[in-house]
Design a protein around this ligand. Structure first.
Ligand code: SF4
Length: 410
């Protein structure tokens, strides 16, 4: 049987895309392989969000390309955002790369795979194995995220063009996955034992397929029998509406977790970032969520050191953080990304100052997170157990209805 090794960089969307490619290859007889040296095919799914992410992917691809000379017939595919940005130039840059599939082709990945490994055809000549047809589309636990949770992409691309972000350029404009495809993907996964689905998109709130918008999609999918919990990520604050919050509050099937990236607390910086909301509008949204979902975990993304951010403006971000009381947050320092609007802005902040701001931000958020977790001591939580932790005395790992990861020793 031919075998495939995956290396996936970046976000959950990339993980979902890798799962999709795995499933398509499994239908053609490919087995997963834990070692790149022993696999017939290596797939590297790349990220382009930061230059550092591209550097890491490039160096891994170069390693695979040089090692592949020792294994006759081995193939090396590069897919995802960096593949979109660089295209076939990657093949010239790193000899040994056989195929480049960009992120914009991901919805039609089935066609690309069919072109290389047609279903029902013996792929032994290429890979040293024999294709077997008829393997279930839903993968056994060895392939999927866990045995009980899985992702379903509902949106691809982004129209928002935040000044610092490369995503709209590499993933293209927003496209909503047809409702019927979302519904059948959910049913198929639930029939195979999945209990929790996470809907994915760069901006899930702007889902709209033939008049079915995101709140309606959620209401319809919540009717799926056997589905215990629904999550989604990521939401753009400008598209987070009262109706959406009402839908989430109306059914026990939705996780009480909202990830709502704020990025900054200063209106001038938010405007420079092209985020299309103000700090006070963001705070109104938080009030609305907390009124309808008092126990919700709210998490966020926050960036410090955006070009021209003054110390006073950074203090506005700290003030927003104190008021928002996020359960957790992804915090990072701005770094220039070629090809974005912000790349041509004069920064005016030293790297040392950015790091000092980041440290101050992380210290504050860590304290808030600690207080929130301490308040949960003694509470009873409903936890979906997801996986066994081999390295922690075989403890079980799970997640509550919010965003809290839970370790259960037994
Ligand atoms: S909403 Fe902004 S940050 Fe998010 S993917 Fe789109 S452009 Fe990037």
């Amino acid at each position: 049987m031919p075998s495939v090794y995956f290396q996936t960089f970046g976000c959950q969307m990339n993980s979902a895309d890798s799962d999709e490619i795995r499933a398509l290859l499994a239908e053609r007889g490919f087995l997963p392989c834990g070692s790149p040296a022993e696999s017939d095919l290596i797939v590297v799914n790349t990220c382009s969000v930061r230059e550092a992410a591209e550097r890491r992917a490039r160096s891994r691809i170069a390693e695979f390309a040089s090692a592949k000379r020792a294994r006759a017939g081995q193939r090396l595919w590069v897919v995802g955002c960096m593949a979109e940005r660089l295209g076939d130039k990657l093949k010239e840059e790193i000899p040994g790369v056989d195929l480049v599939i960009g992120a914009k082709r991901m919805e039609r990945i089935g066609e690309a795979i069919e072109a290389h490994f047609p279903k029902g055809i013996d792929v032994g000549a290429d890979t040293g194995g024999v294709a077997k047809i008829g393997i279930s589309r839903h993968l056994p636990p060895i392939f999927s995220k866990t045995a009980v949770t899985d992702f379903v992409p509902v949106m691809r691309g982004c129209d928002n063009y935040c000044a610092y972000c490369i995503v709209p350029y590499v993933r293209g404009n927003e496209r909503s996955v047809p409702y019927e495809s979302v519904e059948s993907a959910v049913k198929e996964k639930v029939d195979a034992g999945i209990k929790e689905i996470t809907f994915l998109g760069q901006n899930v709130n702007s889902y709209n397929y033939n008049g079915i918008d995101f709140p309606e999609l959620l209401s319809k999918i919540a009717e799926t029998s056997g589905l215990a919990r629904i999550r989604f990520t990521t939401s753009h604050p400008k598209d987070c509406t009262e109706r959406l919050i009402e839908v989430i509050a109306s059914s026990g099937k939705f996780a009480s977790h909202t990830h709502l990236p704020v990025q900054a607390g200063s209106d001038r910086i938010l405007s420079l970032m092209n985020r299309k909301y103000t700090a006070s509008r963001y705070r109104c949204l938080l009030d609305m969520i907390r009124t309808r979902l008092p126990r919700a975990d709210i998490t966020s993304d926050i960036m410090v050191g955006f070009p021209t951010e003054s110390d006073a403006e950074f203090r506005e971000t700290l003030e927003l953080l104190r008021a928002a009381r996020f359960t957790t947050a992804f915090m990072f320092a701005y770094s220039k990304r070629a090809g974005t609007a912000a790349a041509s802005m004069e920064e005016g902040i030293s790297q040392a100052e950015k790091m000092a701001r980041l440290t101050e931000l992380i210290t504050l958020q860590t304290e808030i997170t600690r207080e929130i977790y301490e308040k949960a001591v003694g509470e009873e939580l409903e936890v979906l157990v997801t996986e066994r932790q081999q390295k922690r005395d075989l403890a079980w790992m799970g997640q509550d209805a919010g965003c809290k990861r839970v370790l259960i020793s037994c």
